[in-house]
Design a protein around this ligand. Structure first.
Ligand code: SAM
Length: 203
């Protein structure tokens, strides 16, 4: 797998956003018909991206603990005509492994799992992802991840509780052993920039 080809479209004359960078890494990996997960649906932008990647023959599971986020996600995918291939899960993502198994999804069959941590931009900023549930969700995601697949994690150290969570996730990523490879991308000359961690299951 060559991660430098194609060149990420997030690298242009705009400020490079980790959310766009995650999409650029995922685009060449996700194929029509794949099973994928958005572990933090929020405004629905990542879910919409995933539904477009997997097409009508694939399936997206989108988790969020907030009904308002799932409502917005449903509206976004419906508006864009992609509502047929998603299951909205109004549960915490730490249940990811059990929920997907109950849906008949086997371990090592999910090509992409996106985490975009923090708070729902349009909602209560006090409701945030938490270290304990995030790490449990990541362990479930590892079990589900297919060979050649990718977990992306956008981290936001700038909000209250965000630095602790970012450090816990990076620490967890650093300890992963084969067949996993973990990566971390960050902007160097900004204070507390969002960063992107990624995990591959190698073939
Ligand atoms: C930064 S937003 C996600 C942005 C989203 N991916 C998008 O495209 O707009 C983080 C989301 O995680 C959700 N969240 C917080 N804790 C969660 C948990 N334990 N399980 C699932 N979702 C959670 C929040 O409700 C919020 O909507």
């Amino acid at each position: 797998m060559n991660f430098l080809n194609p060149v990420p479209v997030a690298v242009n004359n705009q400020s490079l956003r980790v959310t766009n960078l995650a999409w650029d890494f995922l685009k060449p990996i996700i194929k029509p018909g794949d099973i994928v997960v958005d572990a933090t649906a929020g405004t629905g932008q990542d879910t919409l991206f995933l539904t477009q990647c997997v097409g009508e023959t694939g399936h997206v599971f989108a988790f969020d603990i907030q009904a308002a986020a799932l409502k917005q996600t449903q509206a976004v995918v419906e508006k864009n005509g992609f509502a047929g291939n998603i299951t909205l899960v109004h549960k915490s993502h730490d249940l990811i492994l059990n929920v997907l198994k109950q849906q008949g999804i086997k371990e090592q069959t999910v090509m992409a799992i996106m985490f975009n941590l923090g708070y729902f931009p349009g909602g209560d900023h006090a409701i945030i992802t938490k270290v304990e549930t995030t790490i449990k969700a990541l362990n479930g995601a590892l079990a589900l991840l297919a060979s050649g697949g990718l977990i992306t994690i956008c981290l936001y150290p700038g909000h209250s509780g965000g630095l602790e969570e970012s450090e816990a996730v990076i620490n967890w990523c650093e300890k992963l052993e084969k067949p996993f490879i973990s990566h971390h991308f960050r902007t160097l000359n900004r204070k507390s920039p969002p960063t992107l961690a990624m995990i591959q299951r190698t073939r």
